[in-house]
Ligand binder design. Structure first.
Ligand code: NJP
Length: 240
């Protein structure tokens, strides 16, 4: 099903995004891996060394329109099409609102919200002309309920959720499917953490999310999975 589809994965240098590239590679997806630091080129090299045939790396900051444009142009130049966009790049921090600076507020919105907007907008002309495409955004459980000391992060994910819902309705007539994956706590490097710490043993693993991305992208054409909510069994959260 996914064989020879072309996927852009943003935020692919570590954490969830890195594992999405592994799971897509197993399905023979042709990859454009994207990150804002040079590390992204190492990721492509590692994938090639492990036998992945079709992978390009693009160093691009998703909050910058020119970077996003070259991400799309390089993918088209390499593969001639874009079937899947995974909006995974994201940042977060947790602290009381009165300690959040205006610069921090702007940065988190630039990456988490503007990044999703710019990347989605940039793939639409190609996906519309193909009459096919899947846009998957790694949103959050806190796009559906709030937690304290995370007002900036929560606000970005509520914005992302609204954007994706509206976009899903707008592009349905072009054969483009838009869905979100809304995880609870995942063991990654998120918010200046480190993957693999003992206190995160019960948290979701990157494979849990990456396999959900594969599931969503693999849905047959007549099917739209618009949202997948996943939590660690150990996490207490409100159930609507
Ligand atoms: O985080 P981390 P996750 N442009 O820090 C990249 C959501 N989520 O895997 O650019 C392009 O390990 C960065 O690479 P680099 C979360 O909101 C998580 O957990 O080189 N890329 C790295 O590859 C986010 O949307 C949890 O610094 C940029 C990657 O993003 C997604 O999951 C819970 C960038 C971040 O890897 C992946 O986060 C939840 C930019 N401007 C939702 N800035 C959780 N972990 O518990 C950063 O509900 N990156």
């Amino acid at each position: 099903m996914l064989k020879d589809q072309v996927a852009i994965v943003t935020g692919a240098s570590r954490g969830i995004g890195r594992e999405i590239t592994e799971q897509f590679a197993k399905e023979n997806v042709k990859l454009a891996v994207v990150g804002s630091s040079e590390q992204i080129h190492t990721v492509a090299k590692e994938l090639q060394e492990s036998g992945v045939e079709h992978v390009i790396s693009v160093q691009a900051d998703v909050s910058i329109e020119e970077d996003v444009q070259q991400m799309v142009e390089k993918t088209i130049a390499a593969y001639g099409k874009i079937d899947i966009l995974v909006n995974n790049a994201g940042v977060g921090f947790f602290k009381p609102t009165e300690e959040v600076t205006a610069a921090e507020w702007k940065h988190i919105f630039d990456v988490n919200v503007q990044g999703v907007f710019l990347s989605s907008k940039a793939v639409l002309p190609t996906m519309k002309s193909q009459k096919f495409g899947t846009i998957i955004t790694i949103s959050s459980d806190v796009a559906r309920y709030t937690i304290p000391n995370a007002s900036a992060y929560v606000a970005t994910k509520y914005a992302v959720q609204g954007f994706c819902g509206s976009l899903a309705q707008e592009v349905r007539e072009y054969g483009i499917r838009v869905g979100t994956i809304n995880p609870g706590m995942v063991d990654t490097y998120f918010a200046d953490s480190t993957q693999g710490l003992p206190e995160k043993e019960d948290w979701l693993k990157v494979e849990d999310i990456a396999k959900s991305v594969v599931y969503m992208a693999s849905a047959p054409k007549h099917m739209l999975i618009d949202e997948i909510k996943i939590h660690p069994f150990a996490q207490q959260y409100p159930i609507a």
